[in-house]
Design a protein around this ligand. Structure first.
Ligand SMILES: [Zn+2]
Length: 181
């Protein structure tokens, strides 16, 4: 028997379809939100626990690479921590003033610290790592994670300079060499 569909029934059907659609949309949207670029500690609330201490403000690929590398190092009993990561313009300026006071000559100072606006620490693309044993481990194994030591004179400074698993580019004498390019 085919009965007439009342207005009330149509209303209920429409509401039910809308509710199901919303649930489906919610389910579809959830994985998309999860697939966003990996959060960096300190930038997105509870995500802070996901990456290693000291990685706040770093570029996400460096934060992830260092987190994986330091986790492996610690699992092998090697201590490792970040002594300097992302720096503000003001922090870099203070370090530069300190460098000028220490070395006198700006040309000498910039071998150790770059003026504000030139350091990869300001863009979140560099980390200084300690202690020495941790830095030595990272120099030896870091390329697996794309992490490389770029400068002969700074055993503590690392950047993401290669594709994970490929060799690091050759080192240069110091930061002033690269900054003049
Ligand atoms: Zn550095």
């Amino acid at each position: 028997m085919v009965g007439r569909v009342s207005g009330g029934t149509v209303k209920i059907l429409v509401l039910a379809i809308a509710a199901v659609s919303m649930m489906v949309l919610a389910l579809v949207a959830a994985p998309q939100a999860g697939a966003a670029p990996p959060p960096v500690a300190g930038q997105q609330g509870s995500a802070a626990a996901l990456t290693a201490p000291g990685t706040a403000g770093l570029r996400w690929d460096l934060a992830i690479a260092y987190t994986l590398a330091s986790t492996e190092a610690r699992a092998s009993g090697v201590p490792m921590h970040i002594t300097s990561g992302k720096r503000s313009r003001a922090q870099q300026a203070a370090l530069w003033r300190q460098g000028l006071a220490t070395y006198g000559d700006p040309a000498v100072a910039r071998r150790w610290v770059l003026p504000p606006g030139e350091s990869t620490h300001e863009t979140g693309e560099a980390i200084d790592v300690g202690p020495r044993a941790g830095a030595a481990w990272l120099q030896r194994h870091g390329a697996r994670y794309g992490l490389c030591r770029p400068f002969d004179n700074e055993w503590w400074h690392f950047e993401r300079l290669t594709v994970p698993g490929l060799p690091c580019p050759p080192r240069v004498a110091d930061a002033s060499v690269r900054s003049r390019r």
